[in-house]
Design a protein. Structure first.
Length: 250
């Protein structure tokens, strides 16, 4: 069943639910990490940092909107589903309205991306195009990433490695050797969130033919995988701190 805390019929409240604000830390955290690296390197630039944050949030919100629509169309969101309310399935917003919302979010992300391309050049153009395309293909197309067990790869790449390295790059104009391991750590935390959500939805996803990684490997292995991702999210930054303490003179 859906969340017993039934949402109000307010359109503003429904759109807020569709954006899934509790999940948006997945966009904020890697941008914060990349910006912290830029600060440490003396390369911090406020406008590119804010633009990277806005772009990441818009892509995630667009992905969440598209997920709400397409999971409903494919039968993955039903009244039996556990977890937070899905606005299309609950009848709070129409399928068409949320699909338009996804298009607007991705369009705004592309506009933000134009500024970032001016700052960071063609590498940011490629990264932005790949990010938006993957956000759309997460639940769209004949082989949606979320339905073939590749959602975790998408999350690791774009809410981890790409977000951290890209945020640093648009501020410093170069790559940082710590960006990759810290990107893995940020991505691992987001993958852990995805894993526990997929574990919750295991039965309804299996019934709908949604072959998430949790469906493919089963309950017990998903729990172990979740623990591994959480450990990775904490061990990698600690190892990075130790490494920097050894490298840098007191």
């Amino acid at each position: 069943m859906n969340n017993p805390d039934a949402p109000s019929r307010s359109p503003a409240r429904a759109w807020l639910l569709a954006a899934r604000p509790r999940t948006l830390t997945a966009s904020v955290a890697p941008v914060a990490v990349g910006t912290a690296l830029a600060l440490d390197a003396g390369a911090f630039r406020l406008l590119p940092a804010l633009a990277a944050l806005a772009g990441g949030l818009l892509i995630q919100i667009g992905t969440n909107f598209a997920n709400d629509v397409l999971d409903h169309r494919r039968g993955a969101d039903t009244a039996e589903r556990l977890g937070p309310t899905r606005v299309v399935q609950a009848g709070l917003l129409s399928d068409r309205a949320v699909a338009r919302g996804a298009a607007v979010a991705f369009g705004l992300a592309a506009l933000v991306g134009l500024y970032l391309v001016r700052v960071g050049g063609w590498p940011i153009l490629l990264l932005g195009m790949a990010s938006i395309a993957s956000g759309v293909l997460y639940t769209a197309g004949p082989y949606p990433l979320a339905y073939v067990g590749l959602g975790d790869v998408f999350v690791m790449l774009f809410f981890g490695l790409a977000a951290v390295t890209g945020t640093y790059y648009v501020q410093a104009g170069a790559l940082h050797p710590a960006a990759v391991p810290l990107g893995v750590a940020a991505g691992a935390l987001s993958v852990a969130i995805l894993a526990v959500n997929n574990l919750r939805d295991l039965d309804t996803d299996r019934a709908a033919g949604k072959r998430t990684l949790a469906v493919r490997i089963g309950d017990a292995r998903t729990r172990a995988y979740y623990g591994t991702m959480l450990a990775l999210a904490f061990v990698v930054p600690l190892a990075q701190v130790v490494f920097l303490m050894i490298r840098r003179p007191p």
